[in-house]
Design a protein around this ligand. Structure first.
Ligand code: ITT
Length: 224
């Protein structure tokens, strides 16, 4: 049996998040590994999100502040900071993704990109290239670990709704090769949403591409 910081894998990890979509995906990714992910809720205004252009700095700052709210001092805790980075907008909304989603939403992003269209499908995807990025910071009771994950793709021209959260209705991932690695825009891979945004596919399909899953895997590789 794998051990985490000397404990058995049936450990509880407290996940500081107010985002139900993030919570569900983390539970899906961790469940087969024997971790139980529980939401850590802190009083309103208890944490200050630092102004930083770095997802990593924000995640680490939130983790440090959240330790004071753990049920026991040696409990495991995890924080994720993530965002959508649009190439044509120099990475905007990036660290402001949550605020931008709450204000202009997916429709606002589609309006910002309305001039980026091409009749050539590959060129179209390149013009509208974007990626999801996630940084997960975890404290296992003794040490801090940081996992990074990225999901490259492009932004659709219209909304695909029904599943997911946040920018999923407009985010189309690049296809993946047989080893799960992203292929150049326009290449058909063995894993593909066939041009459908995450909002139009089930959560277990998104799981194959997910920046969150990749960040968790990167983190788990580092744990003792
Ligand atoms: P917590 O800080 O409480 O965890 P949050 O939603 O405010 O939740 P972030 O500050 O990390 O989280 O903002 C990330 C935003 O980026 C999120 O609100 C979404 O709009 C977007 N995002 C990140 N990952 C996403 C995903 O897998 N699918 C869709 N949108 C995503």
């Amino acid at each position: 049996m794998l051990l985490v910081g000397g404990r058995s894998m049936e450990a509880t990890v407290w996940f500081l998040t107010g985002n139900q979509g993030k919570l569900e995906e983390a539970q899906l990714h961790f469940a087969p590994l024997g971790y139980e992910i529980k939401q850590l809720v802190v009083p309103e205004g208890a944490l200050v999100e630092p102004q930083s252009a770095s997802l990593q700095d924000i995640a680490i700052s939130k983790l440090e502040q959240a330790k004071a709210h753990l049920p026991t001092p040696d409990a495991m805790i995890m924080v994720e900071d993530s965002g959508l980075f649009i190439n044509a907008l120099d990475g905007f909304p990036g660290v402001y993704s949550s605020y931008v989603h709450d204000t202009i939403g997916c429709q606002g992003i589609l309006r910002l990109l309305a001039h980026l269209e091409s009749e050539d499908p590959v060129q179209h995807k390149k013009l509208r290239a974007a990626s999801y990025r996630a940084v997960i910071a975890m404290w296992n009771g003794t040490s801090m670990y940081v996992g990074l994950g990225e999901c490259p793709g492009s932004l659709a021209s219209e909304m695909h709704e029904g599943h997911g959260f946040g920018y999923d209705p407009i985010f189309v991932p690049l296809d993946l090769d047989d080893f799960g690695q992203p292929l150049p825009a326009g290449e058909l891979g063995s894993t593909s949403t066939h041009g459908t945004a995450f909002g139009g596919v089930e959560i277990d399909i998104k799981h194959h591409f997910s920046h969150r899953r990749r960040a968790l895997e990167n983190l788990l590789e580092q744990l003792p």
